[in-house]
Design a protein around this ligand. Structure first.
Ligand code: EPU
Length: 337
């Protein structure tokens, strides 16, 4: 275990705002966690690809950096993997593809750590972590014990889980169990993947996902960003039908008989936010759902942009957008996450 004091948040968030983190502790074993005794409930950080520091943070921050992986079982159909939270997510996907194991190839190139993946139930191109998660090992601050929570009990829904709800602030994810398949079925429902050959192999899907992401999304190493900034809102079928009367081309994906998911990117593009810049922050020119820091952006500029977007979309569509990214201030998270 080692603790750093007064570190720059620039290194710890891919949005790269210039704030100071008072105390950041990196832990690399369960023994470290048992000995860790912070002054207040710590903020948990992975690779910082979904967290923006809006102010200097005085609360303790901790990162669990153990990153081993283990093949728990392998039979003619399945491989069960146990992966520690500090492992990089994309490296895990690549390793599975190299081994010929199907199941998470559509989640290639998602930035961040394995431990962060269950928190917001990462998802892309027709697959969510929820579809492949066997269990999550969760260390409780209070009891100092690790609890194994089966995937079914993680309450996974769209960009949400028990770790953002009942277990928020109660502990830290230390490992994730993942089930992959030796004979997989390609998931090609996403419109960008349906032009692959009829029976694409694992590597073709993996490469195709990487190509789509690299074409549409800015690399955080080149242009500071945290991926999709807002969630796609889920509205009632009734509200959707009413919106269609005024906006006949509004896209919507059916969740069930009563609920429709609307792409925020479409709402933003319609309202002129694609490529919009204000101060040194803005909406990415190829995908407006991704907010970017052009280099010298400030927290005040970002808050002003978020407010402008939320108010504009609310006034035109009566839809209140919610950030998907975690926005941290001295007091806690903005927008309740
Ligand atoms: N659209 C526009 N203009 C644009 C881009 C998109 O109108 O410039 C509309 C189109 O109708 C398009 C729709 O938005 O069909 C959806 O766009 P896209 O396929 O790019 O996906 P998204 O809804 O914007 C979500 C996830 C992404 C994930 C992709 C692919 C959320 C918040 N975001 O984005 O996840 O990669 O689907 O599955 O659900 C992330 O979470 O950081 C992330 C990148």
């Amino acid at each position: 275990m080692h603790t750093l004091s007064q570190v720059s948040a620039k290194t710890y968030s891919t949005f790269r705002f210039q704030q100071t983190l008072s105390e950041l502790t990196e832990l690399s074993s369960i023994q470290d966690l048992e000995l860790y005794n912070p002054m207040a409930t710590p903020i948990i950080l992975g690779e910082g690809s979904n967290t923006i520091f809006l102010q200097n943070i005085e609360k303790p921050i901790c990162r669990y950096i153990a990153a081993e992986k283990q093949l728990l079982s392998l039979d003619s159909n399945y491989a069960a993997l146990h992966v520690e939270a500090g492992h990089n997510w994309h490296e895990l996907v690549s390793w599975c593809v190299d081994n010929g194991w199907w199941g998470i190839e559509n989640l290639a190139l998602i930035p961040g750590s394995v431990g962060a993946a269950p928190v917001q139930n990462i998802g892309a191109y027709g697959v969510e972590l929820a579809d492949r998660c066997l269990y999550v090992d969760f260390f409780h601050w209070h009891s100092k014990k690790v609890q194994r929570i089966t995937g079914a009990r993680c309450n996974f829904t769209y960009r949400d889980s028990i770790f953002k709800q009942a277990l928020a602030g109660k502990g830290i994810i230390v490992a994730v169990g993942i089930l992959v398949q030796r004979e997989g079925v390609p998931v090609l429902t996403y419109s960008g993947l349906d032009n692959l050959t009829e029976n694409p192999n694992l590597a073709e899907i993996y490469t195709s996902v990487i190509n789509i992401r690299q074409t549409k999304l800015p690399s955080p190493t080149k242009l500071a960003n945290c991926g999709s900034f807002f969630k796609n809102p889920i509205i009632s079928a009734e509200q959707y039908t009413n919106l269609q009367k005024c906006f006949p081309t509004i896209p919507g994906y059916t969740i069930d008989d009563n609920l429709i998911k609307v792409p925020t990117a479409w709402l933003l593009e319609q309202q002129g936010f694609k490529g919009f810049k204000q101060g040194d922050v803005g909406c990415y020119e190829k995908q407006p759902l991704v907010l970017v820091n052009f280099g010298d952006g400030t927290a005040d500029q970002l808050i002003a942009l978020i407010s402008l977007i939320i108010e504009t979309i609310d006034s035109h569509y009566n839809i209140r957008l919610e950030p998907e990214v975690r926005l941290l201030t001295k007091e806690g998270s903005l927008y309740g996450e």
